[in-house]
Ligand binder design. Structure first.
Ligand code: NAP
Length: 311
């Protein structure tokens, strides 16, 4: 097969590190999109933010590779033709980064490090009791690629793990709950809740006061899915009432999170700038290249978005 030509667009801030990573893949030509470039010869596009007018000028397009795992912005992009498959990003760097982030935040809430930090700031010597990890109930909304990796990481630290997904999973050591009917049983007595769902019409607003009320009193929330999963107006009241003790938020309804947003100043809300995990240029590009070679060889693409279900 001749060299693979991949057009890279809509993620300009990452151009340099991706060009550098492409240098180690001699059979792949990564071409950065720039206004004025004729994109018509490209069969493969790696896309993040929409670039108006780009896709209609690509009559030979065979597949769109999403720069990230979340694909809601591609599904909302009317320029991607219905017959062109959209491939979600699944690659080891992104997966490991999310497993690390979830472990970091679960440990933070498990050990209530924020209480120790508050005491330290005030010069108070205030040791507190905490249960063993095997007595801590942690639940993961979304037991897909990232949710399963996070679950495995947490299992290796001996936490009690439950997962919720559309279809039931058979995963060693993980209690699987499936579908809306089993959501209450999944939530019951959970002490730490992690959201790693895709944003779809079914999952939008799922993190709301009604859901918080089903968790153990004083539970912690970790949202690394999408900002649209959280009903933001419900969070601070839940923290003030003690229903939730603390929250870690990586994603927001408006990004960047405005400087005057009350989440920044709240002592029990830990904000990160949509940085829980990023696609690694080396392994990410290697994965796209592997898929294109397989596809050109007649094999089906993997991790193709099912448009009707929204992820
Ligand atoms: N903060 C960050 O830096 C960052 C980075 C990457 C990704 N993300 C977010 O993480 C999300 C998950 O990525 P992924 O690669 O793990 O996706 P994935 O492999 O497609 O997994 C999605 C999981 O959610 C479940 N699900 C979807 N809709 C559901 C519903 N209505 N009810 C119950 N379960 C439902 C799926 O169930 P089934 O298994 O039964 O299909 C699956 O287990 C992305 O969509 C993105 O929003 C965030």
């Amino acid at each position: 097969m001749s060299r693979v030509q991949l057009l890279f667009a809509g993620a300009d801030e990452y151009n340099d590190i991706w060009v550098k990573a492409a240098a180690s893949l001699p059979d792949l030509d990564l071409v950065l999109y720039r206004p004025g470039l004729d994109p018509s010869r490209f069969r493969y596009l790696m896309l993040w933010r929409p670039v108006p007018g780009l896709l209609p000028a690509m009559p030979n397009l065979k597949a769109v590779f999403s720069f990230g795992a979340g694909v809601e912005r591609h599904l909302a992009n009317p320029e991607i033709p219905a017959h062109v498959p959209i491939v979600r990003m699944v690659e080891p760097g992104l997966t490991q980064g999310m497993a690390d982030y979830v472990l970091w935040q679960v440990l933070r809430h498990h050990r209530r490090f924020w209480e120790l930090e508050e005491a330290a700031r005030e010069g108070r010597w205030a040791p507190h009791w905490y249960p063993a990890a095997w007595d801590r109930k942690v639940g993961i909304l979304g037991l897909g690629n990232l949710g399963q990796a996070a679950a495995r990481q947490l299992l290796s630290f001996d936490f009690q793990i439950r997962g919720w997904s559309q279809s039931r999973k058979d995963l060693p050591g993980i209690a699987s709950f499936a579908g809306t009917a089993e959501l209450p049983a999944f939530l019951k007595d959970l002490e730490i809740l992690v959201c790693l769902l895709p944003l779809t019409p079914q999952t939008a607003g799922i993190l709301n006061a009604g859901l918080f009320a089903q968790l153990a009193p004083g539970a912690a929330l970790i949202n690394a899915g999408r900002g649209g999963h959280l009903v933001e107006a419900d969070l601070i009241p839940a923290l003030n009432s003690g229903q939730l003790a603390a929250a870690s938020l990586d994603v927001f309804a408006t990004e960047p999170l405005p400087g005057d947003h009350p989440f920044w100043a709240h002592p029990r809300i830990f904000v990160t700038p949509h940085n829980a995990s990023d696609t690694d240029p080396g392994t990410g590009l290697g994965e796209v290249w592997r898929q294109i070679v397989a596809f050109e060889g007649g094999r089906p693409l993997e991790n193709v978005v099912e448009r009707a279900r929204g992820y």
